[in-house]
Design a protein around this ligand. Structure first.
Ligand code: HEC
Ligand code: HEC
Length: 338
């Protein structure tokens, strides 16, 4: 999927965008595995393509009435989420799911809580024409609208040697998203051997996370996700329960399963879960302590934990130690194409 050349190209693109990194390799924050990036062979990154994608990501003209950008629901200030239980799109319409972060999506292929988009490129095409998100009637209308903006026409010519096309829009946005990273957290520095990087509470929390609390069973690896689907019972006690992964596969055993989210930056991405039903990390920990919500498809790894108050505080300290760097400089560009 990703050749060494692609990884090097992404590192160079990150290098161009990051204000601090001294050399391209340093553009990958500490703790992230550059070998694990997923870049389609037909969409190699370049600094110019990433910059174009950034402009598109922040541009409300991608919506029907110029009010909603990708960044409306994936706000840099909230680690690329929107702080709402469920998102509000064009004309104040509400969707049924909470906006996940776009941070560290370069390490995955399947996108959305139910994994229905096979790549970031495919994902990006969805919200633009979703009637309750950005509300464009169709992709051809978006192409006409952007081709009428001289700055975009010339930028697309430079990057793709073509006029604005929906495929180009999706490729540029996906390339930008692949540059939105988080690493160099207190935990990464701890693993890197920095004495005192983790507080004693966070260190006890780390042991619980990997041990008795069994969190790392699903929140596995350096990005804290197995990229698989699990049923924790979230929302399954409601009559109109979101069936999640079952909508993609049609299989009963996938009912109520959702993709394991990364836990990097989790302190900044409240509220939690696919339906935003848990307002705080304390509530999430209590939810796991009780073993989730009983339902026929509940994951076998969901068990009552019976944590003490101190153990809960330790887990919380650990989760807060997963806040890092690599995305804070990626606010809106200074100006949008005219
Ligand atoms: C109205 C709010 C809204 C807008 C606008 C929006 N998103 Fe999202 N985004 C969401 C929600 C809600 C989800 C989860 C939907 C689901 O899983 O079914 C999501 C999911 C995603 C994901 C998947 C992340 C993951 O962990 O699987 C990516 C990537 C993403 N959006 C990028 C974008 C891009 C790029 C745009 C602009 C083209 C955009 N979003 C516009 C609300 C929004
Ligand atoms: C069986 C797999 C599994 C285990 C075990 C597990 N998680 Fe999760 N975690 C998930 C999935 C799947 C979700 C999303 C569920 C949903 O939205 O329905 C999630 C969501 C979360 C979230 C919310 C993140 C967000 O962005 O909304 C946090 C925080 C979290 N888990 C922490 C933990 C902690 C702490 C533990 C251990 C006590 C743990 N998890 C154990 C699979 C798991």
């Amino acid at each position: 999927m990703s050749s060494p050349q692609h990884v090097a190209a992404l590192a160079l693109a990150l290098f161009a965008a990051a204000p601090v990194a001294a050399e391209p390799e340093a553009a990958f924050p500490l703790g992230l595995d550059a070998e694990e990036v997923r870049i389609p062979a037909d969409n190699p990154p370049s600094a110019d393509k990433v910059a174009l994608g950034r402009a598109l990501f922040f541009d409300p003209r991608l919506s029907r009435d110029d009010t909603i950008a990708c960044a409306t629901c994936h706000r840099p200030a909230l680690a690329f989420t929107d702080g709402q239980p469920v998102s509000t799109g064009i004309g104040g319409q509400r969707g049924g799911r909470s906006a996940p972060t776009v941070i560290n999506r370069v390490f995955a292929t399947a996108q959305f809580w139910d994994g229905r988009a096979p790549s970031l490129e495919e994902q990006a095409k969805g919200p633009i024409v979703n009637p309750i998100e950005m509300g464009m009637p169709d992709h051809a209308t978006l192409e006409r609208k952007l081709n009428a903006i001289e700055g975009y026409r010339t930028w697309f010519q430079r990057v793709f040697a073509s006029d604005v096309t929906i495929d180009g829009v999706a490729r540029a946005i996906a390339s930008f998203e692949r540059s939105v990273l988080s690493g160099n957290s207190a935990l990464d520095r701890h693993y890197d051997g920095v004495e005192g990087a983790l507080s004693p509470a966070a260190e006890r929390g780390l042991k619980l996370f990997k041990g008795d609390a069994n969190c790392s069973k699903c929140h596995a690896g350096f990005n804290f996700t197995d990229e698989k689907y699990h049923n924790l019972g979230v929302g399954m006690d409601r009559p109109d329960a979101d069936t999640g992964r079952q909508q993609v596969t049609g299989r009963v055993e996938d009912r109520g399963r959702f993709k394991t989210p990364t836990l990097r930056e989790v302190a900044a991405t409240a509220p939690y879960m696919h339906d935003g039903s848990l307002a705080t990390l304390e509530a999430v920990i209590d939810f796991y302590d009780k073993g989730g919500i009983a339902n026929p498809q509940l994951d076998k790894d969901m068990k009552k934990l019976n944590l003490s108050a101190r153990q809960k505080a330790d887990l919380l300290a650990f989760l807060r130690a997963l806040s890092g760097e690599g995305w804070q400089h990626l606010g809106p560009p200074d100006s949008l194409p005219r």
